[in-house]
Write a protein that binds this ligand. Structure first.
Ligand code: DGL
Length: 261
């Protein structure tokens, strides 16, 4: 299997990290659309257009399974991608919804994400379809992506902003919180502190990696293994700070290739 992963930028490397942890033998081709990032502030139409181009690129490089690492793209573009391409498409919303439903005891689930993800209403629509008794509360946190990319993970300013964003969810007495954006796993300690120790946190990067692994294990002949030497990382723009931001997300130094879509 060649797993094609795309994101609006480098945040999707949190998903790659989990895929590599759970499936070190699979080949990964990553596309980060750094030239057009962020997606989370854009309209659904634009996110769909970009996501189809991103998927087309991964397919042209030999991907035979797609993981949409970007929550904004997962929330608004999954159906369009499935209509355009006839290969398995995984996204980060569904596995995290399933895990949140399994974890919640009080039936009160919170979601934080970009404006595009929250505006899509996908969680409010899907969760009650699966479990009508569960209440869903979402909160857009648009300042968190740039703060993480600036490396302001432990700064007092960031802690205050996280606290402010989470206050409405605290007031709603959620007991489970989905980190609905690629960047938020890096803020997990401060998010846990500000939402409260008893709230269970769902990391979609982990959940999608487990779902993809299960799919591949069921499908693939164990003898047929892809070489992980084939991993490639493409970005649509490179700046002097890209390499250090990438290291922050992936925890490793990698070769980055610049491409035009
Ligand atoms: N990758 C995006 C997401 O998970 C966050 C960054 C962006 O807005 O493009 O929604």
């Amino acid at each position: 299997m060649v797993i094609g992963v795309f994101d609006s930028g480098v945040g999707g490397l949190t998903v790659v990290r989990e895929l590599l942890r759970h499936m070190p033998d699979q080949a990964i081709i990553y596309l980060g659309d750094t030239a057009r990032t962020p997606y989370g502030t854009k309209s659904s139409e634009t996110i769909i257009d970009y996501s189809i181009e991103d998927t087309g690129f991964l397919v042209s490089k030999g991907a035979n399974l797609i993981v949409i690492a970007c929550h904004s793209a997962s929330s608004v573009a999954t159906n369009a991608i499935r209509q355009h391409f006839s290969l398995p498409v995984f996204e980060v919303v569904s596995p995290s919804i399933q895990q949140a439903i399994a974890l919640t005891k009080k039936g009160r689930i919170g979601i934080i994400g970009t404006r595009a993800t929250v505006a899509s209403g996908v969680y409010e629509k899907t969760i009650p379809e699966l479990s009508p008794e569960i209440k869903v509360f979402s909160q857009a946190c648009p300042l968190l992506v740039p703060l993480v990319e600036e490396g302001w993970i432990k700064r007092s300013e960031t802690r205050r902003i996280v606290k402010k964003y989470l206050r409405p969810l605290r007031e709603r007495e959620i007991d489970t919180l989905i980190l609905g954006c690629t960047h938020y796993p890096l803020l997990r300690p401060v998010i846990q502190e500000k939402i409260g120790k008893t709230v269970q946190i769902v990391d979609p990067a982990q959940e999608v990696a487990l779902t993809v692994r299960k799919f591949i294990e069921q499908k693939q002949d164990k003898a047929e293994k892809a070489s992980n030497n084939a991993n490639r990382f493409f970005l649509t723009d490179l700046t002097p700070t890209t390499a250090s931001v990438v290291r922050q997300f992936l925890g490793a130094k990698i070769l980055l290739e610049k491409i035009e879509l």
